[in-house]
Design a protein around this ligand. Sequence first.
Ligand code: ADP
Length: 304
Amino acid sequence: MSGHLLSIGECMVELSQAGDGLLRKGFAGDTFNTAWYARLCAAPGWQVDYLTALGDDQTSQDMLGFMAHAGIGTDAIRRLPGRMPGLYMIHLKDGERSFSYWRETAAARQLAADGDHLRRELESADLLYFSGITLAILPDADAETLLSELRRAKAAGKRVAFDPNIRPRLWKDRERMLSVISEGARASTLVLPSFDDEAQHFGDASVAATLDRYTGLGVADIVVKDGPNGATLRFAGREDMHVPATMVERIVDTTSAGDSFNGAFLAHYLEHGDPAAAAAFAAGIAARVIGEHGALIPREKLFA
Ligand code: ADP
């Protein structure tokens, strides 16, 4: 089988500690991480593309090269003269990670500013993927443009997958955050929320409450991730299914657990059409990812 997945959002420059005061440069961002794992897990015939906006500086150029090297298509990426990508730094203190971000002026904030470009790119793909972070970084009017194009795609019968990925720091206020995330879900055919986030921000008392809330928003297929407690699936109104997490002997770094789960799930589900098997496969990939340092684990380590 073959198909075309388009992931939409922001990829940033990542600076992590490399010892002796040195910094290591990488590239990461939730929707990009998902594209990375979808690419590694999908059959070779699948096309995996990334849609964002970048500048015309050297760092943007390097990021494009990195994506292309990973086999991720970059033709849908807008290039904005004079702009640059966002950046974040990972601090490590007593084994605890914290982050500083420089992303307010990132080119990615313009990814939906050209409605014609967006429509063209969305029309060319079979499966669209975006997140609450994608919506949070856009100016209000552009978030509406993206949502209306996604609704159009859903109405045209395309699959639209969404991870609410709730990050209050990125939103002006809580009310808008919850309403725009709910609109994101309404525009989707599949949502992949993390129960922790949903409980904290939507007040869901149980995984069943999260499933019911998204069902109420008209989402046909739902995967609620719940860390080591595994995932619960509700597909096309069928009976809920629970898929356990894969046990991890030594947790090294949980960055990208949810992103890698999503990428692996999408790749497997689209190829085989079996949601429980896709969730079991995705749990195995996420377990490998949290057993290693960093957001993006290379093919050799992922399938070792
Ligand atoms: P997020 O990173 O988005 O918060 P979760 O914490 O729910 O997402 O984790 C996503 C997936 O990663 C889970 O469904 C599970 O398969 C796997 N996972 C996360 N934490 C663990 C863990 N401690 N042990 C085993 N698997 C885990």
